[in-house]
Design a protein around this ligand. Structure first.
Ligand SMILES: NC(=O)c1ccc[n+]([C@@H]2O[C@H](COP(=O)([O-])OP(=O)(O)OC[C@H]3O[C@@H](n4cnc5c(N)ncnc54)[C@H](OP(=O)(O)O)[C@@H]3O)[C@@H](O)[C@H]2O)c1
Length: 259
């Protein structure tokens, strides 16, 4: 019988920013493919979003635990990586998905917003890679997916300069990490989603028809993506099907950047 290259049964997967959108879709998909999942978010464990997330992931009957941790705070990430190692014994998969970006035009950009965005997307990715990467180095095996965005590839006129800078940084960071850690058996790749129909985008679509049409006109496939479709790309990159792929940027955007 042919081996199922997408079977990740028994592997330990860490997902950051797991309580909404793409993060929760990835957490559920990885659990449905057999992974035990450690979910990271900045909210209290009794927050309704966390309770709902755990309920959805636990349906897949794999081990699942939530850790309150801000990915941009070094002491939080160091302590959480140690707790996850103690609770699960190892870490095979890391999906660095957390981000925070409020749209703001450049001439009005505050230092606070710049720092929040860059610290969450870029520094958070670095800190999580460093701490979970140390565990993977001991194991001589691991797969990391870092989350970027088409905002890091294209110039967009929508107040994304801080977000664009952080996500372009994530892509450069990923290539350097992939080359440094190839000798440890660790693969590191980036996903670049286009416009994805998470609940926040759907809310804007309902109130701003022009914005919606502008966005859809930029997408050759004529629709926004689903969070689950980005989760599928995550599964591919962390699975054995992508065993010879590292340092790459997988663009899942309905054709936007090739237009
Ligand atoms: N949706 C799109 O169209 C799109 C397109 C391209 C790229 N992306 C990228 O995809 C990723 C997920 O986006 P999404 O659309 O699913 O947005 P989202 O729902 O806002 O997800 C971001 C997650 O990160 C969490 N987070 C923020 N700061 C954190 C911190 N310091 N520590 C830990 N967690 C933190 C958020 O928690 P709270 O809920 O508590 O804020 C939230 O769960 C992001 O990296 C985003 O840039 C999204």
């Amino acid at each position: 019988m042919m081996k199922d290259l997408f079977d990740i049964s028994g592997r330990i997967a860490v997902v950051t920013g797991a309580n909404s959108g793409i993060g929760s879709a990835a957490a559920e998909l990885l659990a449905s493919k057999g992974a035990n999942v450690a979910l990271i978010g900045r909210r209290e464990p009794d927050d309704p979003a966390i309770v709902e997330l755990l309920g959805n992931v636990e349906e897949h009957k794999t081990l699942c635990k939530y850790y309150q941790c801000s990915v941009s705070t070094e002491s939080d990430v160091v302590a959480t990586a140690q707790r996850i190692k103690k609770d699960f014994g190892r870490v095979d998969i890391l999906f660095n998905n957390a981000a925070a970006a409020k749209l703001m035009f450049l001439e009005e950009m505050t230092e606070e917003q710049w720092d929040l965005t860059v610290d969450t997307s870029l520094k958070g990715t670095f800190l999580c890679c460093r701490e979970f990467g140390k565990i993977m180095i001991e194991q001589k095996r691991g797969a990391i997916v870092n989350m970027a965005s088409i905002a890091g590839v294209l110039g967009l006129p929508r107040g994304t300069a801080h977000h664009s800078a952080a996500k372009a940084g994530v892509m450069g960071f990923t290539r350097a990490a992939a080359v440094e850690w190839a000798k440890h058996g660790i693969r590191v790749n980036t996903i670049v989603p286009g416009q994805i129909g998470t609940s926040s985008l759907q809310k804007v679509f309902e109130t701003n028809e022009k914005f919606k049409q502008d966005i859809l006109n930029d997408i050759p496939l004529g629709r926004v993506g689903l969070p689950e479709e980005i989760a599928h790309s995550v599964l591919f990159l962390v699975s054995d099907a992508a065993g010879f792929i590292t340092g790459q940027t997988l663009i899942a955007d309905g054709g936007t950047v090739i237009k």
